[in-house]
Design a protein around this ligand. Structure first.
Ligand SMILES: Cc1cc2nc3c(=O)[nH]c(=O)nc-3n(C[C@H](O)[C@H](O)[C@H](O)COP(=O)(O)O)c2cc1C
Length: 157
C-alpha cells in the first residue's frame, strides 16, 4: 500500500515520529512517503500570520497518516489551516498522531486528536486509529513505541 505521512512540525518532534513511522510501515511492506505541510512565516506559527506553502493531497495515497503538535493547549494552527483545505476523501483509510510535551490529559492532546479526527470524518475518511505521543523525558520512548506499534500495523489487514 502507498501510504502518505502528512504532518506539520515546528521544532522537529512530529517529523521524527513520522520518519520512524515511515521505517516501520516500510518494514511491513508498504511504500511510505513523507509529505510535509510547510509554511512561510515565523514559528511558533500564529493563526492568520503564515501562508501554507505545501498542502499535501491525501488522495494521492491508498492511505494517509496525519501528524501535528499541540500548541497552547490546542491543535497547532498550521494543522488547523490545513484541515480547512482538505478535499473529500471517499473512504480513505487514515490514522492520526499528535505530539505534545506535557503528560497530563487536559493539556491539549485529546482535543487535538478529536479535532483532526472529526475533520477527516467530515470529509468521508475512515479514521482507523489515533495516538498521542508525549515528549516529556520519561514517557517519550514508550510513547513513541506505542505509536509505531499501533499505527505501524494498522494498514496490514
Ligand atoms: C508555542 C508552543 C506551545 C506549546 N503548547 C503546548 C501545550 O499546550 N501542551 C503540550 O503538551 N505541549 C505544548 N507544546 C509542546 C509541543 O507540543 C511539543 O514539543 C511537540 O512535540 C512539538 O512538535 P514539533 O517539534 O513537531 O513542532 C508547545 C510548544 C510550543 C513551541
Amino acid at each position: 500500500m502507498k501510504i502518505g505521512l502528512i504532518y506539520y512540525s515546528g521544532t522537529g518532534n512530529t517529523r521524527k515520529v513520522a520518519e520512524s513511522l515511515k521505517e516501520r510501515l516500510e518494514s511491513n511492506g508498504h511504500t511510505a512517503i513523507i509529505d510535509e505541510i510547510t509554511i512561510e512565516g515565523n514559528t511558533p506559527a500564529q493563526a492568520g500570520k503564515f501562508e501554507l506553502t505545501s498542502v499535501p493531497d491525501p488522495r494521492s495515497y491508498d492511505a494517509a497518516v496525519f501528524g501535528a503538535p499541540v500548541q497552547a493547549f490546542n491543535l497547532n494552527p498550521v494543522m488547523k489551516a490545513y484541515l480547512d483545505k482538505l478535499p473529500g476523501m471517499d473512504k480513505l483509510d487514515t490514522a492520526v498522531f499528535i505530539t505534545k510535551q506535557l503528560p497530563l490529559l487536559w493539556t491539549g492532546g485529546t482535543g487535538s486528536v478529536a479535532q483532526v479526527k472529526s475533520a477527516l470524518e467530515a470529509r468521508g475518511a475512515n479514521v482507523l486509529g489515533t495516538q498521542i505521543v508525549v515528549w516529556s523525558g520519561k514517557k517519550r520512548e514508550q510513547s513513541i513505541r506505542e505509536c509505531l506499534d499501533s499505527i505501524g500495523n494498522l494498514f496490514n489487514g
